[in-house]
Design a protein around this ligand. Structure first.
Ligand code: ADP
Ligand code: ADP
Ligand code: MG
Length: 448
């Protein structure tokens, strides 16, 4: 096992990683920007070093400074968390060149899966059904139009380097396709530095259901069931839960087996998430793979009792995964609400600022993963996540009842938050009923 790990991230996920390291008796090194000197991850780590000014490009994405701190502090491994460097193959490569373990899959695998068009082809070849589309990346408008005319509208133009819900264009008819390709390319170039796009069928009113997988270096692969992340705004997740209210044991086993076979086939290592879309007949299609720990991983931890971060770190250190598929059991139901510094009454506009009061809920079945505290100033430079409120209950009903209570207890003053939105949702009959939730839910019910 490692003696010391550097955490190349900030916010709640940096704390989550530090907590896992502490339980594994690993020393921790934090890095931070000038805007984050008062952040909790800086206080909680054994050592902390400033790696640059506020702008992420100059601090949390400053490869040479982060590698230098790792080498100077004697860290053996770097945990990238999610976002920032977590899916940067060049960073994983740089770690390798300096004999530092990147806690994640190999640079080749990150590259292969990070390019979403290539990932679809890889998974298709490994036996997974994928969202129907035109193979690979293309800028050939005539070819795109011919495919879409044949396949039928609506179709979706997507950035192959896309992430965080960005770089997608819905096309409802042939006369809009050329414009959509151009604007998706421009947005992709600006957001990801790569203008390449691919095209696929727009699945009508799907559910976003993703499977958590664990794969050690010795070819042993298991899945920890699914998370339903269908409550979204602009293709970004707001609420996640496990299990999915529409999943059956038989279907979980079947899809799970298809996924673990495919993951073993491609030789993936580490934790990862296979994101699928399910249509209203429960046909499923591979959409993309995230080669990192995910924001919503706690709902899986709550129902399986497995600490995903500790397993991830152990596997990166070369330990065998001792869990077998038959050891994985599911207990009750868990829901996560992303609490953001945003004003839901003003189109979810980000509202960073100083938190005057911060009273955290507790009691049975309640977990709060947050880096915030009273008088903490949320900097405007990064994403607006204040923290994640997670509840667990013996069934979905109890998880919702606990979520209502916990949201009610959660008192954050000084800035607007998404707490009132989540409270409304927990009391909204179609959500509570659960069976008719699709990625269209927010729009359908006029909630955005
Ligand atoms: P998850 O897939 O774990 O649910 P999100 O899609 O919410 O996570 O993304 C987590 C964080 O990572 C967000 O801060 C998001 O903006 C960022 N992120 C995700 N993918 C990318 C990407 N390709 N480029 C830049 N940032 C990204
Ligand atoms: P990101 O890398 O930004 O997470 P994804 O490919 O995972 O992008 O897509 C994000 C969301 O966009 C999905 O959860 C889903 O709501 C929607 N989406 C993506 N592809 C399709 C599709 N082919 N049909 C319908 N919705 C889609
Ligand atoms: Mg996704």
């Amino acid at each position: 096992m490692f003696n010391k790990v550097l955490i190349a991230n900030r916010g709640e996920i940096a704390l989550r990683i530090i907590r896992a390291c502490k339980e594994l008796s690993i020393k921790t090194v934090a890095v931070y920007s000038q805007a984050d000197a008062d952040s909790l991850h800086v206080l909680m780590a054994d050592e902390a070093y400033c790696v640059g000014p506020a702008a992420a490009a100059k601090s949390y994405l400053n490869v040479s400074n982060i590698i230098s701190v790792a080498l100077m502090s004697g860290a053996e491994a770097i945990h990238p968390g999610y976002g920032f460097m977590s899916e940067r193959a060049d960073f994983a490569e740089m770690c390798k060149e300096h004999d530092l373990v990147f806690i994640g899959p190999s640079p080749e695998m990150i590259r292969q899966m990070g390019d979403k068009a290539t990932a679809k082809q890889t998974m298709l070849a490994a036996g997974m059904p994928v969202v129907p589309g035109l193979d690979g990346i293309t800028a050939d408008h005539a070819k795109i139009k011919a495919w879409a005319d044949e396949a039928g509208y609506p179709v979706l133009v997507k950035a192959t380097a896309g992430g965080g819900g960005k770089g997608m264009r819905l096309v409802e008819s042939a006369d809009h396709i050329e414009n959509a390709v151009h604007s998706a390319q421009a947005e992709a170039q600006a957001a990801f530095g790569n203008p390449d796009v691919y095209i696929e069928k727009y699945i009508l009113k799907p559910r976003h259901i993703e499977f958590q997988i664990l794969a050690d270096k010795y070819g042993h692969v298991i899945h920890l069931g699914e998370r339903d992340c269908s409550i979204q705004r602009r293709h970004q997740k707001l609420i996640e839960e496990a299990p999915s209210p529409v999943m059956t044991t038989e279907l979980r086993e079947k899809v799970g087996r298809t996924i673990t076979d495919a993951i073993a086939e491609i030789g993936y290592e580490g934790v990862g998430t296979v994101e699928l879309l399910f249509d209203n007949h429960m046909n499923y299609y591979f959409m993309e793979m995230n080669t990192r720990i995910q924001v919503e991983h706690p709902v899986t931890e709550m129902i399986t009792g497995i600490d995903l971060l500790k397993e991830q770190i152990r596997m990166a250190a070369g330990e065998r995964l001792t869990l077998k598929q038959e050891d994985v059991t599911f207990n009750g139901h868990s829901i996560e609400c992303r609490i953001n510094a945003e004003d839901p009454s003003k189109g979810f506009a980000p509202r960073p600022g100083t938190i005057d009061g911060f009273i955290v809920p507790g009691g049975p079945g309640v977990r709060v993963d947050s880096h915030c505290y009273q008088d903490y100033k949320i900097p405007p430079y990064y994403d607006s996540l204040i923290g994640k409120l997670i509840t667990h209950g013996k069934d979905r009903e109890e998880a919702i009842i606990r979520m209502r209570r916990a949201l009610d207890e959660f008192a954050i003053t000084g800035i607007p938050t998404t707490i009132p939105f989540h409270l409304d949702m927990m009391n909204f009959a179609p959500f509570v009923e659960g069976k008719e939730i699709t990625t269209n839910f927010m729009v359908e019910h006029g909630l955005v």
